[in-house]
Design a protein around this ligand. Structure first.
Ligand SMILES: C[S@@+](CC[C@H](N)C(=O)[O-])C[C@H]1O[C@@H](n2cnc3c(N)ncnc32)[C@H](O)[C@@H]1O
Length: 716
């Protein structure tokens, strides 16, 4: 930050500049006429005249105009009049802006030498140290700034961030708590907590942290995924669920007898709202928590045999079971079931269908095992339960939303027939298991299509859009699945004119419900095989096809179909599976073939149970760490797909060349990936050489775990 001085008006007016003149110049500057403002200011300044203050302000004005060299020169002049910390500070600020960090550091240090309690210099010096990666020094100076000005919220935030980046998580939490003390509901503070929890779950349970976590869950701007690990650790902490931690081999032994005994559960813990938020809104992606919750579910089911009023279960058990039913619906009932549970469930199902003497415990515990919308007369059940607040999350998720999708499904337009054999099999899979069953999306930055392309590929000139409608690009999402891609695109800019197609009507119905819920109006959906996209007689400015072509009999034929409807000069984003990154998936598919697991829910459950029990060195074991392992449709998509192919970078290079398209670059999942690549290949700073990427991937086999995700441009 550049520092200004308050001008002693009376004194300075005598020299040369009146407040009116200054105001006029400021007015010009505000109106955007920077050149005239600068010229006028320069004319007013007469060398050798004026006070120290006025030269400091002149330097500040030059700084605001981005004239850093001149600002430094004037700041130096002010130093001749008065050897001050401010003068050095201002020089430091200019050098910082110019990227001359060493000079900036030297100037700030000089300022601090003159005035050791100069808060702003400590803060800004810390920020430069941070920029050059000297984190420990940055932390030292942020710390001094917070000591000198403990009430300044932003200093605590900066200190927390720097400590977090340095991996000093506990200290980061301490700093964050000072910020939280004064800005408890501030979105920025809560987002910082979330980022911290995402990086580390190395914190012990305490009531304060639990409160902070709950606040994060309730904040709208926070990415809830960052909280799941931490919440899972807290709410399913052994101290909160005593007795359920011992049978770690529960999955394999499938012996729930220990749990059937009335184990001393800490129900207060179970009802903590962070657990409920976790269970009702997010997927649980850790095996240990899955085990514990599976155990709790069976506990509830068995209890129901003795007492269907739930009176002897525990206080507020219904709140917890409602959330558990949401979680089971989200993961599509992927958790293991024993034969005993199945017998109990089928008896319970008879009672639920009959509808006699039912309690809310009967319905909610049933909903922990089977989806309510599949029951006969589901609409009547919805009408009956709709007003009951305590189970409203479950009723919405298991009845209202699926019934809405069923209605929407009837209205989806069919744009092409589906005749290809593999397309038919793929359709069947995604009709049964639409994927991904997402709950919330992380919004992309709001920006127009043009801004996005310029941001991603700054090297493309302004004329790169000359052949297409880049203001309102007609955009095809080929294989839109459950709508994540079109929705994220539509949310980033209203200018898009989107057509989203897929083979699966169930997936599109899911997408349409989400689209309506989010009040999005610029997406049109239709059932179509992308192989036949030319039948629509349209040409597109932009096509996205993510995770689709590798499920086709002939991916190149699919690619060609898309290329044929792409206007010359327009853009396409494609995502394809990497052979190298999916080694463990291939091993898992071999394991499935060997043991003949079916791709139905029972087969998937049995296979998961067996895979969890594999020794760590087994080539398929690491698949159990993938997020997709934890829900039914995702697990089917991951390791049971009816048809998948994989590619290498060199194959992709050849296909792109075959279409005469230009490779524009990868969308890389990890921020530091391009930096690592350029360390290896300094001659290719934009990462455009696919042969180099092939070498890089051999050395870093996880680089494209989330697929090869790349942009191409069709020649004009
Ligand atoms: C793994 S999902 C990906 C969905 C979406 N692109 C995303 O990333 O969220 C693959 C989708 O491609 C669709 N699909 C596969 N082959 C297709 C084809 N020939 N035409 C249209 N859609 C297809 C499937 O129905 C499925 O919904």
């Amino acid at each position: 930050m550049f520092l200004l001085r308050c001008i002693d008006k009376k004194k300075d007016i005598l020299f040369m500049i009146t407040p009116e003149q200054l105001q006029t110049i400021e007015g010009l500057f505000q109106q955007g006429d920077q050149d005239t403002a600068l010229k006028d200011y320069k004319n007013l300044m007469v060398d050798g005249q004026g006070s120290y203050d006025i030269w400091v302000n002149y330097a500040a004005f030059l700084f605001r105009c981005g004239q850093y060299d001149d600002a430094i020169m004037i700041a130096k002049k002010s130093l001749e009049m008065q050897f001050s910390a401010e003068g050095f500070h201002n020089i430091g600020a200019c050098y910082d802006k110019m990227g001359r960090f060493e000079d900036s550091i030297a100037a700030y240090k000089k300022a601090i030498e003159i005035r050791p309690d100069f808060i702003q210099s400590h803060h800004d010096l810390a920020s430069v140290y941070e920029a050059v990666g000297m984190l420990d020094r940055a932390i030292d100076h942020y710390q001094i700034a917070t000591t000198l000005s403990p009430a300044t919220y932003s200093y605590w935030c900066r200190l927390a961030c720097a400590r977090q980046v340095a991996g000093r998580f506990r200290e980061a939490l301490t700093a964050l708590r000072f910020a939280y003390a004064t800005h408890e509901d501030d979105q920025k503070t809560l987002a910082l907590y979330a980022a911290l929890f995402n990086e580390s779950q190395d914190f012990e349970y305490d009531a304060q942290l639990s409160k902070e976590l709950v606040n994060c869950f309730e904040a709208s701007g926070v990415n809830k995924k960052h909280l799941v690990g931490m919440a899972g650790k807290f709410v399913l902490h052994p101290a909160l669920i005593e007795g359920l931690t011992a049978p770690a081999d529960l999955y394999n032994a499938v012996d729930y007898s220990k749990i059937a005994q009335d184990v001393p559960l800490n129900w207060e813990g179970l009802n903590a709202s962070n657990l409920l938020a976790l269970l009702s809104g997010q997927q649980i992606l850790e095996h240990i928590y899955e085990l514990r919750l599976t155990a709790l579910r069976v506990h509830c089911l068995k209890h129901l045999e003795q007492d269907n009023s739930g009176a002897t279960l525990w206080n507020n058990a219904l709140v917890f079971i409602n959330a558990l039913a949401c979680q089971c619906f989200i993961n599509e009932y992927i958790w293991t079931e024993t034969q005993e549970e199945r017998d109990l469930i089928s008896r319970l199902e008879q009672r639920v269908i009959k509808g006699e003497n039912l309690t809310l415990y009967d319905i909610t515990i049933y909903a922990c095992y089977r989806p309510l919308h599949m029951l006969p007369r589901a609409q009547d059940l919805l009408n009956k339960l709709a007003e009951i607040q305590i189970i409203s999350a479950m009723v919405t998720m298991q009845l209202a939303e699926p019934l809405c999708e069923l209605a929407l499904k009837q209205e989806i337009k069919t744009l092409t027939s589906i005749d290809d054999g593999i397309s038919k099999m793929v359709k069947e899979q995604y009709e049964e298991n639409p994927y991904p069953r997402w709950i919330s999306v992380e919004r992309a930055k709001e920006q127009s299509f043009e801004a996005l392309v310029h941001f991603m590929f700054p090297h493309l000139g302004g004329d790169c859009f000359s052949h297409i409608n880049s203001e309102s690009p007609r955009t095809l999402i080929a294989g839109c699945g459950t709508g994540k891609q079109p929705i994220v695109t539509a949310l980033s800019d209203q200018g898009y004119d989107l057509l989203a197609i897929d083979l699966s009507a169930s997936s599109i119905a899911y997408a349409q419900r989400k689209t309506q819920e989010m009040n999005i109006t610029n997406i049109e959906y239709g059932i179509a095989d992308l192989l036949k996209i030319e039948e629509l007689g349209e040409q597109f400015d932009f096509i996205q096809c993510g995770g689709v072509l590798h499920h086709m009999e002939d991916p190149i034929a699919g690619w060609r179909a898309l290329d044929n409807v792409l206007k010359p000069g327009s853009f396409m984003v494609i995502a394809l599976y990497s052979d190298i990154a999916r080694k463990s998936v291939v091993a898992a598919r071999d394991f499935i073939d060997l043991h003949d697991y079916m791709s139905d829910p029972d087969g998937i459950r049995a296979c998961r149970q067996a895979m969890v029990a594999l020794p760590d060195h087994h080539p398929a074991k690491s698949v159990t760490q993938w997020a997709d392992f934890y829900t039914m449709s995702a697990c089917r998509d991951l390791i049971f797909h009816v048809h998948e192919q994989r590619f290498s970078v060199l194959e992709i290079k050849e296909i792109i060349a075959g279409f005469d398209s230009e490779f524009l670059g990868f969308n890389l999942a990890e921020d530091n990936c391009l930096a690592e690549y350029t360390k290896m290949f300094p001659d290719d700073p934009r990462g455009l050489n696919l042969e180099n990427w092939d070498v890089f991937e051999q050395v870093n086999p996880d680089t494209f775990r989330k697929m090869y995700h790349f942009w191409i441009q069709k020649p004009c």
